[in-house]
Design a protein around this ligand. Sequence first.
Ligand code: ADP
Ligand code: MG
Length: 237
Amino acid sequence: GLFGEAYRRRHEITVTGDEVPPPLTSFETTGFPSEILKEVLNAGFSAPTPIQAQSWPIALQSRDIVAVAKTGSGKTLGYLIPGFIHLKRSCKDPRLGPTVLVLSPTRELATQIQVEAVKFGKSSRFSCTCLYGGAPKGPQLKELERGADIVVATPGRLNDILEMRRVSLSQVSYLVLDEADRMLDMGFEPQIRKIVKEVPARRQTLMYTATWPKEVRKIAADLLVNPVQVNIGNVDE
Ligand code: ADP
Ligand code: MG
């Protein structure tokens, strides 16, 4: 409606895609389950950030999405909360493998995402395991064996563990490529492509990136199906 259009203009949101739903401009209108809403309000946040407001309703329609927004714009919860809702709907056994998989370029960023997933998913009792290099595999494998609804991983370490056949991605139905531009800059494209081959084609794929150069556009075209694109502000290519 008109209000949604005004909100988009005010926050420099541009969208491309068929019948893009209007932004969810307040937490009260999101319709999030109460245990998730509770954690968001506990965190003291007063309103969704623009990338959250516009990407939540799209992600909640189970559509693929490309979101281009600067660092610090709240992208993590932009994909985590719809991921939580996806998990609630899917009711799978985490011992058979994760349902939500988030790929992230570095150990530090992966750890931050896990912290956020644990904090905001606490009342929902989701389990989350973080896999990254530069640390022994043993404890990570043990955690995986106990079962994880959500796995956050750097592409190198996840690919190693996949080659050892110590994790199955056959249950993944919500795949996030976070900081896609950085992952490609770091040379992770071959590992990303190998990982995605192990994820069923029937899935929702979300790509979050700070910039939109042609390498990122190419991998988005290969891995996403009819995505809605959301840009915040001027997009750097
Ligand atoms: P990005 O991934 O875009 O760089 P983050 O997801 O790391 O950004 O979020 C940046 C900071 O903003 C984090 O500390 C996060 O907890 C906080 N944040 C997220 N959503 C909101 C919100 N709706 N209101 C206020 N702060 C938020
Ligand atoms: Mg981020």
